[in-house]
Design a binder for this molecule. Structure first.
Ligand code: SF4
Length: 349
């Protein structure tokens, strides 16, 4: 247990947690919405500090991050708990766990393991890193000193204070949308009252120069509106930039939505075209191994720049100084290409 960061003590032993946009006011003896932050006698504590429920060596393409240290390896860690209750969560066993389960893995040990397994960075992922913020923060500080990068895979539902606090140590973030960002979808299927904080976090991340990639899970029938996806792509272009990688992810039946079928490739392709028409230069289809839209193409001359199969880079066709070899366009990739390495996750615990 560790005393929380970013909370306020209120009267009558109440506390307000200011990590995620819910800003839970928690009474003595209770936990917040995420179930992993508890008020004990008027002070807020993280119940999951140093308690990893997952630790794997992952290819960075799994996050997905396609324009950040391509081909690198990341030590991926998570604790139980989440600020959302998504009915389709892939990782619901840990995100919605009612027990504080996990193995003691202090920040120093996470970094030591990352170095031992040849990782280039650390990813705080699988569940929502905002709810294990103190653990992620302490690990990120040590990792940075050792020359490793840090990345969040997040639902984006953070407060501006949380983004600012982690920003000196956070190099990249994958921000996950679902259902094209439809507020009704978030209310119905994720128990999230409002989506505005996600857009605000993205703006804050941009302000602090954190590399951003955005995903959107396309769920048949309930979250596959092409107009919504086009609007989201337009917002990204106007506010984050036309070079922001945008990943459209195929849904697989899971958890409470195991009756919904997988997304048809045709729908994803339509979403891809709409996002390109909205002006985004780098759009990808995810969870569709072998599809041509897993690849990176030059937005000017359509040269094939990076050929992928799932998380694997099959062919690298960008010059040393990150330009298209055919037309010379600068290709926005942060960090160098790490040739070789793992292409499938390797579990540590
Ligand atoms: S991190 Fe947890 S306790 Fe804090 S505001 Fe979010 S849901 Fe509530």
């Amino acid at each position: 247990m560790r005393e929380a960061l970013l909370y306020e003590e209120l009267s009558n032993n109440l506390v307000r947690c200011n990590l995620c946009a819910r800003r839970c006011v928690i009474k003595d003896g209770s936990t917040g919405f995420c179930r992993v932050r508890k008020n004990i006698s008027g002070k807020l504590y993280s119940l999951v500090y140093g308690k990893a429920c997952a630790a794997n060596v992952d290819p960075i393409g799994k996050k997905p991050l396609s324009h950040f240290h391509p081909g690198s390896l990341v030590m991926s860690i998570a604790t139980v708990g989440c600020s959302f209750h998504c009915q389709f969560c892939d990782n619901w066993v840990i995100s919605q766990d009612r027990e504080i389960s996990g193995r003691n893995l202090p920040p120093e040990e996470v970094v030591r393991l990352a170095e031992e397994y040849g990782c280039h960075g650390i990813s705080y992922t699988y569940t929502e890193p905002t709810v294990f913020f103190e653990y992620a923060y302490d690990t990120a500080v040590i990792a940075k000193k050792k020359g490793l990068f840090n990345t969040f895979v997040t639902n984006g539902y953070m407060t501006p204070e949380a983004v600012k606090f982690i920003s000196p140590y956070l190099d990249a973030a994958t921000v996950d949308f679902k259902g094209g960002g439809d507020p009704d979808f978030y209310r119905r299927f994720c128990s999230v009252p409002t989506v505005e904080p996600i857009y605000k976090s993205l703006m804050e991340m941009k302000r602090f120069n954190i590399h951003i990639e955005i995903t959107n899970l396309v769920i048949p029938k309930v979250g596959d509106s092409i107009d919504r996806i086009r609007n989201l792509a337009t917002w990204i272009r106007e506010n984050i930039g036309e070079d922001t990688p945008f990943h459209l992810l195929r849904f697989h039946p899971n958890y409470k939505m195991d009756h919904i079928p997988v997304t048809e490739p045709r729908v994803l392709e339509e979403a891809y075209e709409a996002s390109r028409e909205a002006g985004l230069n780098y759009v990808y289809l995810g969870n569709l191994p072998g599809h041509k839209y897993e690849n990176t193409y030059c937005p000017r001359c359509r040269e094939l720049l990076i050929k992928r199969f799932s998380f694997d880079i099959v062919k690298w066709n960008i010059t040393e100084d990150m330009k298209c070899p055919r037309c010379g366009l600068d290709i926005p990739i942060k960090g160098r290409y790490h040739r070789g390495g793992l292409t499938v996750p390797y579990p540590i615990i």
